[in-house]
Design a protein around this ligand. Structure first.
Ligand SMILES: *Cc1c(COP(=O)(O)O)cnc(C)c1O
Length: 457
């Protein structure tokens, strides 16, 4: 009797779950949603975040938005914009932390992924998969210098992990130098390179051997190399973002990367460029390495690599370095890395970047954007400390965090998404699609000017 009763409740519960799932699938399927759908989606989203995702996100949203806008629920995207469920459009200047270099859902990327999906989604894991080989060849062609062999990942942090392991295996050394304000990801290995104490402290000890030196300070870098050599802890590699993204869009002094390259050569260390954010045209060149005219030994990619359609990442290394993994290609692996859908997306993304000359466009539009923002900030020196950038990687640094929050709030109200950087919340970033139109840039600048006029210093 008891058992039957339990079975019955289980059956009703399963019915309820299936009913809910069907409702969700039905909403996914819809091309247009009604106001009733929108209300249901918003309620389910807010409740779901509160009860099952993490209520902290709701509190965070309340600090960066006005009135009831914390509950804005995103629903669709295209070009430089995304829309919420109620149909309000936002110009996306956060760009998903820099993933939408070719824009949101670029038709060519979507087509390559859908075409591939119709044939095969994931790979067998055993036979030779064609797109991985083709993408690796393309990468060898477009990356700087003699970078030649690629290993594929699903995210930025995984690319950094792969680079660290490769550097250890190649050098048989375990010391790494990274920099203050660096961001390399949050898995335990990459977190060791990341600089912000708040993100690191609860997880210590991280992997041993990491030294942090101030970004841009070549003398400290040299001293650290020398000290490490003296105490028998020779440096395996320097891990560096060519331009720091999450640290607040920080551009190093002239000649810094070339000097770091020289130090690495002098001490027999590898140079790893973490171009997860600066890569794929963001800074006005295909890679920031091209901008600084420095060839690293390993380059890390992700974010925009999958064209804003698929999660995808990669490292590309010199043959001499990558050779460490020839004998046993299973030394470092990932099940999903380099899957056919991700490779199709990355190949189409590179095609769009080249065909539409997006790196060049990024340089051109970025210069205009930067100078217009600087003009808009004239007379507000009490609020704005500095506006800096390279290509379409632009940071606006305020004197206080609060001013940054108020400006983001006001601009969000005007239909523009901007946000602070992870390590440095005094700086908001502007990292739109490299396809952003000039009239959209003007709209962002006008909104910035208007909002800046209203907030208090
Ligand atoms: C975002 C970022 C990462 C981490 O990428 P995830 O895909 O979030 O793991 C690593 N390095 C840099 C420079 C980044 O900007």
């Amino acid at each position: 009797m008891g058992i039957d009763l339990k079975r019955e409740t289980e059956a009703t519960e399963i019915n309820q779950i299936t009913e809910y799932i069907n409702k969700v699938l039905n909403v996914i399927e819809k091309e247009e949603i009604t106001e009733e759908d929108a209300n249901w989606i918003t309620k389910e989203t807010v409740d779901g975040f509160r009860e099952h995702v993490n209520p902290g996100f709701l509190s965070y949203r309340k600090t960066v938005t006005k009135d009831g806008q914390f509950a804005a629920v995103e629903w669709s995207d295209g070009g430089s914009c995304f829309k919420d469920v109620s149909g309000k459009e936002y110009i996306d200047c956060l760009g998903g932390f820099g993933i939408y270099n070719v824009g949101h859902r670029h038709p060519k990327v979507v087509k390559a992924v859908t075409d591939q999906l119709k044939r095969q989604a994931l790979h067998s894991q055993d036979l030779l998969d064609p797109l991985r080989a083709m993408l690796a060849k393309i990468l060898a062609d477009i990356t700087p210098g003699d970078l030649k062999y690629a290993f594929f990942t699903n995210s930025g942090t995984e690319s950094v992990e792969a680079a660290l392991k490769l550097a250890k295996m190649y050098s048989e050394r375990t010391t790494f130098i990274s920099t203050t304000k660096a961001f390399h990801g949050k898995s335990l290995g990459s977190l060791s390179g990341t600089a912000k104490g708040m993100f690191r402290k609860p997880f210590m000890p991280l992997i041993p051997g990491f030294r942090h030196v101030p970004f841009g300070d070549i003398d400290m870098m040299r001293k650290t190399f020398e000290t490490c050599a003296m105490v028998g802890e020779d440096v395996a590699a320097v891990l560096l973002e060519p331009i720091q993204g999450e640290g607040g869009i920080i551009i190093p002094p002239e000649g810094y990367h070339k000097q770091v390259r020289e130090l690495c050569d002098e001490f027999g260390a590898l140079l790893i460029f973490d171009e997860v954010q600066t890569g794929m045209g963001r800074t006005g060149k295909m890679f920031a390495a091209d901008l600084f005219e420095v060839v690293p030994d390993i380059i890390c990619l992700a974010k925009a690599f999958g064209g804003g359609v698929m999660p995808a990442g990669a490292i590309v290394a010199r043959e001499d370095v990558f050779k460490s993994w020839f004998e046993n290609p299973f030394m470092h692996t990932t099940t999903f890395g380099g899957n056919p859908l991700a490779c199709a997306a990355a190949i189409a993304t590179i095609s769009v970047l080249l065909e539409e000359k997006l790196p060049e466009r990024s340089a051109e539009v970025g210069e205009y954007f930067l100078s217009e923002l600087r003009k808009a900030a004239e007379g507000h020196e009490d609020k704005v400390l500095e506006i800096r950038g390279q290509g379409l990687m632009i940071g606006i640094e305020f004197h206080k965090d609060e001013i940054g929050y108020e400006v983001s709030k006001g601009m969000f109200d005007n239909g523009i998404l901007v946000a602070g950087t992870l390590i440095n919340s005094k700086t908001i970033r502007i990292e739109p699609a490299l396809t952003i139109r000039y009239d959209e840039v003007d709209k962002v600048v006008n909104s910035f000017k208007e909002v800046l006029g209203k907030v208090k210093a």
